[in-house]
Design a protein around this ligand. Structure first.
Ligand SMILES: Cc1cc2nc3c(=O)[nH]c(=O)nc-3n(C[C@H](O)[C@H](O)[C@H](O)COP(=O)(O)O)c2cc1C
Length: 94
């Protein structure tokens, strides 16, 4: 478990897309932690694939605990500005 896990209200889970889903090393992190009471935002990088089902599959691995929302999948060249714009567009509850 990450340090001070209880103090986090929002968790961003970012990963590369592998064969259409989240890179599987991320599965262990999701299965090992309790997301109850947290909002979780998934986002990814990929060569060309969309976020697809990757976020929903991770939420299922988390046993439905937490409030999960799909973020985005970044493809192509990425800049700080693009990431900041995406972050500002999110509707976070806190
Ligand atoms: C095993 C493996 C599978 C991958 N599968 C996909 C895929 O299904 N779709 C896709 O768009 N990119 C795929 N990629 C590319 C990665 O998503 C990409 O390398 C990652 O987002 C990091 O981006 P970068 O290589 O530009 O740093 C795959 C990469 C690896 C190593």
């Amino acid at each position: 478990m990450p340090d001070n896990w209880a103090s986090y209200d929002t968790v961003f889970i970012g990963y590369p897309i592998w064969w259409g889903i989240a890179a599987w090393p991320v599965d262990a992190f999701v299965k090992a932690n309790d997301f109850s009471g947290k909002q979780v935002v998934t986002f990814a990088t990929a060569a060309s694939s969309p976020l697809g089902n990757s976020g929903r599959l991770l939420a299922e691995m988390a046993g439905g605990k937490g409030s999960w929302q799909d973020g985005t999948c970044f493809t192509g060249s990425l800049s700080d500005a693009k990431v900041k714009d995406w972050f500002k567009s999110l509707k976070l509850s806190n």
